[in-house]
Design a protein around this ligand. Structure first.
Ligand SMILES: [Zn+2]
Length: 204
């Protein structure tokens, strides 16, 4: 296995695509000289772990990314999404320092959109990744890390799903856009900032 193949594979493992081959990949880990910290940090700037949520289902056909905020803080979100009673989940949550938790695998439906529609699609859980920030984006300003980490994640999802020929604006929506009578998350300014950052990062 070349270093490049290893990096690609490790990236997918980091992103937790079912995680089945983790032990196998660990056994292939190159020696230290080939596997420098610098290269890994280029691949992934922010920490990410898998938290899991019971609220997920099959039949996921993603075309969009929907941004949310959670009102509550980082740990209350952790407990809420993992609580059997909540019936709520997101694919990923981004903390104020940029750290992320994945709650639902990229291949499954998360329960974040509720009654919603966009263009000719109804029920946007089937058609979109749900990504959330914490707190209330209408009441506070984002940290640089929150925007940058979300942009890193969005760029990853765009690449992974083969959406690189689409406009970022057409991919990245908000809960407010898909459920305008019910929802006010996330703030438009945060969506604008993250779209701008995705484009900046693409040229870095
Ligand atoms: Zn929402």
């Amino acid at each position: 296995m070349t270093l490049k193949q290893w990096q690609t594979l490790r990236w997918f493992i980091i992103k937790g695509d079912e995680g089945k081959t983790l032990a196998f990949v660990e056994s292939l880990k190159p020696t230290k000289s080939a596997y420098s910290k610098k290269l890994v940090s280029k691949l992934r700037k922010y920490k990410e772990k898998f938290g899991g949520s019971p609220h997920k289902s099959s039949g996921f056909l993603p075309e969009y990314i929907v941004l949310h905020h959670s009102y509550g803080g980082w740990m209350s979100l952790w407990h809420w999404l993992r609580n059997k009673a909540s019936k709520v989940s997101y694919h990923y949550a981004v903390n104020t320092n940029g750290d992320r938790v994945q709650y639902v695998w990229d291949s499954q439906k998360a329960w974040h959109a509720g009654k919603s529609a966009w263009k000719k699609k109804r029920g946007m859980n089937t058609y979109s990744f749900g990504l959330t920030w914490t707190g209330d984006t209408n009441k506070r300003k984002p940290t640089f890390e929150e925007i940058d980490s979300m942009a890193e994640l969005i760029a990853y999802l765009i690449k992974k799903n083969g959406w690189t020929d689409r406009n970022v604006e057409d991919i990245v929506l908000t809960h407010q856009l898909i459920a305008p009578n019910r929802k006010i998350d996330c703030a438009r300014t945060w969506r604008d900032a993250v779209i701008k950052r995705v484009k900046e990062r693409a040229t870095l």
